[in-house]
Design a protein. Structure first.
Length: 293
């Protein structure tokens, strides 16, 4: 099954992500992980038109990526693909991932060592404050897309790393990225070192203009030769055309609205409503700076 983490500001991208998955997997179970940290939002149209379910949870603010940890704690041993909403399938990527039988399958990346403390966690500070024998990480992975197996990691494995408040927070922001990414990398590596889990690595995610440039929209048919996802991490813009490979995003947005009545009018109305909402929020923030309470 597939989990997609979404919040109010990413609803447009969530629609696009769902449509891209359904292009190659019309019946695979898809569950939305709704984080209401940025306010409530309606996903009933996605659920109804695209056979998508809501992951059962009470309405609460989880905070930056932390809702993605919750399915891990299910004890049923379910294998799943976790996705951020700013992701698009380019082809039958799940078929490629199913060739691995490890508990986790993560993006194989070559991260410069100097970027690891900012993006994940700081090994030097961990050695200074927690464990003087802690090694440099064998690898790291972006948590916007990974295959996991529930029950292999439990809430207790995070020890004192996370405050399970609403919203969740990293307890040691001087050591860990403030999102779920740092603590999850740390726990996965610790569990791997102890032999409790198995992890495979494969380059199934594409990022950045250079890596995205090779793909042709017209080739994204049932026989697509692209068993990859694109992840726009850090590359989002309120205008799809301002994002790298906006043509791919528009392609799957058109696919999404092909199932929606009054498709053109509804899309235009939503774009205008989003613009008005952003302008209003900017005005409120400006007013609070000029006339603080």
């Amino acid at each position: 099954l597939v989990y997609i983490a979404t919040h109010r500001a990413d609803l447009r991208l969530t629609r696009i992500c769902v449509a891209s998955i359904r292009r190659w997997y019309p019946s695979i179970p898809i569950f939305l992980l709704k984080d209401e940290a940025n306010g409530s939002f309606d996903t009933s149209e996605i659920e109804r038109a695209w056979n998508v379910n809501l992951w059962p949870t009470s309405k609460r603010p989880y905070g930056w990526g932390f809702i993605k940890l919750e399915p891990l704690f299910d004890t049923k041993g379910v294998r799943f693909l976790m996705l951020d909403s700013d992701i698009v399938f380019l082809g039958p990527v799940i078929d490629a991932l199913e060739k691995f039988d490890s508990d986790f399958v993560v993006q194989e990346e070559l991260q410069p060592r100097e970027d690891v403390p900012k993006l994940y966690f700081d090994p030097a500070r961990i050695r200074a404050k927690r464990d003087p024998r802690y090694p440099n990480p064998a690898f790291t992975f972006n948590t916007g897309q990974y295959v996991g197996t529930s029950g292999r990691i439990q809430r207790e494995d995070f020890g004192d790393l996370v405050e399970w408040s609403e919203p969740r927070r990293v307890r040691y922001p001087e050591m860990f990225n403030p999102s779920d990414q740092g603590v999850l990398n740390f726990v996965v590596l610790e569990r791997l070192r102890s032999g409790a889990i198995s992890v495979a690595r494969t380059p199934f995610m594409k990022w950045g203009r250079e890596e995205m440039s090779e793909f042709r929209v017209e080739a994204m048919t049932e026989s697509s030769p692209y068993p990859y996802v694109i992840h726009w991490a850090g590359l989002k813009h309120v205008r799809l055309r301002r994002m790298p490979r906006g043509d791919i995003l528009h392609h799957f947005e058109r696919a999404y609205y092909s199932r929606i009545p009054f498709r053109s009018a509804r899309l235009c109305a939503r774009i205008v409503a989003d613009d008005v909402s952003r302008t209003y929020r900017r005005g409120i923030r400006l007013a609070r700076r000029v006339w603080p309470t």
